[in-house]
Ligand binder design. Structure first.
Ligand SMILES: *[C@@H]1O[C@H](CO)[C@@H](O)[C@H](O)[C@H]1NC(C)=O
Ligand SMILES: *[C@@H]1O[C@H](CO)[C@@H](O)[C@H](O)[C@H]1NC(C)=O
Ligand SMILES: *[C@@H]1O[C@H](CO)[C@@H](O)[C@H](O)[C@H]1NC(C)=O
Ligand SMILES: *[C@@H]1O[C@H](CO)[C@@H](O)[C@H](O)[C@H]1NC(C)=O
Length: 480
């Protein structure tokens, strides 16, 4: 019985007449926090159970919202444990997801499901151009109603801008389910709704009849940082007991394009007066792992010496690092809106800090973070490559987020005889929170000319191995 209800809901033909609802939403509150390259959205569904033991709760997004969603986390309010998510794909312009509530809920029991999402490409500079003296404004465009396969008693959407300098917000016209004001402004927050007694809305009919656009244009006080074409290569060397991480990228200022010519005199003056506009990006900083050393920063003209590196020593794997090494990258010229800066940044770190070893059969596991993020940035395309030592066999890889592609290859450099196995992962639209590690596992024959990394502790092997066992299945239930 439950299956038939579910499949009706999924086929998108559910109407009020046909539906035997498992749930109703007593309230939906969505809070949108637009910023620069990333927009955070938290939707809280106050859910009432209508059928005993119902626990497969479905939530929905428009196709557009789903395609902009880069990261998603579902939990019960006040709890940090992530609930499982199953994606059903897009049908009739609607993406549906099932999440699993605790079992055994009685009729009329209530719970709060919190869906947190990070969006990319949801805000853009508006106006699209600004001169060196003008301020930077961004515009967020979204949708008025949260879609749901269940009826909803009340619903509101809050757009919480990063400052109270809100230049403009729209008032949707011809709005249904309205009982009070359509939109109100209070400080930095624009509230749409409350709207009441909303029927099942996750269907094309509701969208074409009732859905309305919303938009808010706000002042943004930080640079809009984007990373294009990041190629990140991690090279494992047992010979040198070293991990080299090199990032080749184009840094892009995603703010309004510079109107007119760049004046260095004006720029110096604004710097001096502390009046630099926020669409100017003078430098970015990176948190490197403890133990990082020999950091380098090279652009098309060679070494860039105007950077600062403050390393902190390695910490034992049994302790969590409290401090990071710090690298500030200051390009040769300030990056104005729309400008690109192509460069390479890399460092070495002790292999022992990231590797675990099983001496009984010569198996290694090495963990490398997918990204070393620049705060608030989007990474538009990432090619992540791990190169293992020459002679490594039985290569396995665990990716923390579902990649677009995985490719195994052989990397040959001039000293190699047979080449080194490599694994390449491709991604698009990652955020500054996609920092979990990629794990690679391989065997290395005990040939004398390989120096085993001293101090690679076997104690952590079991811990590292668990990732392969427990987290590999995550792809089916967890999105990014
Ligand atoms: C659930 O709530 C409704 C409305 O408040 C009530 O009529 C119904 O009897 C309740 N059902 C149970 C099983 O408590
Ligand atoms: C760049 O700097 C590194 C060390 O920081 C140095 O070894 C290298 O020779 C420099 N290269 C050039 C071209 O100056
Ligand atoms: C920066 O790079 C993007 C994408 O690679 C390109 O579309 C744009 O024209 C570049 N901007 C400038 C000022 O060259
Ligand atoms: C040997 O290698 C495998 C991976 O290939 C690993 O899972 C296992 O724990 C290792 N140790 C033993 C004693 O088999």
């Amino acid at each position: 019985m439950r299956w038939s209800v579910l499949s009706l809901a999924l086929s998108g033909i559910t109407t009020n007449v046909l539906a035997i609802n498992l749930f109703e939403n007593t309230a939906i509150v969505r809070t949108i926090e637009p910023a620069g390259a990333l927009v955070h959205v938290t939707t809280t569904y106050a859910v009432k159970v209508l059928v005993e033991n119902a626990n497969s709760y479905i939530f929905a997004l428009s196709e557009d919202e789903a395609s902009k969603t880069s990261k998603m986390h579902v939990s019960l309010k006040g709890q940090s444990v992530q609930l499982g998510i199953k994606e059903h794909g897009v049908q009739d312009g609607i993406a549906r997801y099932t999440t699993y509530l605790p079992e055994g809920m009685a009729i009329n029991a209530t719970t709060n499901v919190v869906v947190e999402r990070v969006l990319t490409r949801a805000a853009r500079p508006w106006p699209t151009q600004a001169s060196q003296e003008e301020d930077q404004f961004m515009k967020y465009d979204g949708e008025l109603f949260v879609l749901s396969p269940y009826p909803t008693n009340t619903q509101r959407t809050k757009v919480r801008a990063p400052s109270s300098r809100i230049a403009r917000y729209n008032t949707p016209e011809d709005v249904s389910f309205q009982t009070d004001s359509i939109v109100t402004k209070s400080g930095a927050t624009i509230t749409y709704g409350p709207f009441t007694s909303i029927p099942i809305s996750a269907n094309a009919g509701f969208i074409s009849k009732h859905q309305r656009p919303i938009s808010v244009q706000y002042h943004y006080e930080h640079a809009v940082v984007e990373v294009n074409n990041l190629v990140r290569t991690a090279e494992i060397s047992h010979w040198g007991a070293n991990l080299n991480v090199e990032n080749n990228l184009v840094l892009h200022n995603g703010g309004p394009e510079l109107k007119g010519h760049f004046s260095r005199v004006k720029h110096q003056m604004q710097m001096y007066m502390g009046q630099l506009r926020s669409h100017v990006l003078p430098a970015v900083s990176l948190n490197l792992p403890p133990g990082a050393r020999d950091a380098y920063f090279v652009d098309l003209n060679g070494n860039v010496s105007t950077s600062r590196f403050r390393p902190v020593p390695s910490v034992p794997k049994s302790q969590s690092a409290r401090q990071s090494s710090y690298l500030e990258l200051r390009p040769r010229f300030p990056l104005m809106g729309g400008w690109n800066y192509s460069h390479t940044v890399g460092w070495d770190q002790p292999l022992a800090d990231v590797a675990a070893y099983d001496p009984t059969n010569g198996t290694y596991i090495v963990a490398v973070p997918l990204l070393t993020p620049i705060a608030t940035s989007v990474v538009n395309d990432l090619t992540f490559k791990v190169i293992m030592p020459e002679g490594a066999t039985d290569v396995e890889v665990f990716a923390p987020y579902k990649p677009l592609s995985v490719e195994h290859s052989t990397h040959i450099s001039y000293l190699d005889t047979v080449g080194r196995p490599a694994v390449t992962l491709e991604y698009k639209y990652l955020t500054d929170s996609h920092t979990d590690s990629v794990y690679v596992k391989y065997k290395l024959p005990v040939v004398s000319h390989f120096q085993k990394p001293r101090a690679v502790a076997s104690a952590f092997f079991v811990l590292f191995s668990l990732v392969f066992v427990t987290r590999r299945m995550d792809f089916s239930i967890r999105k990014a």
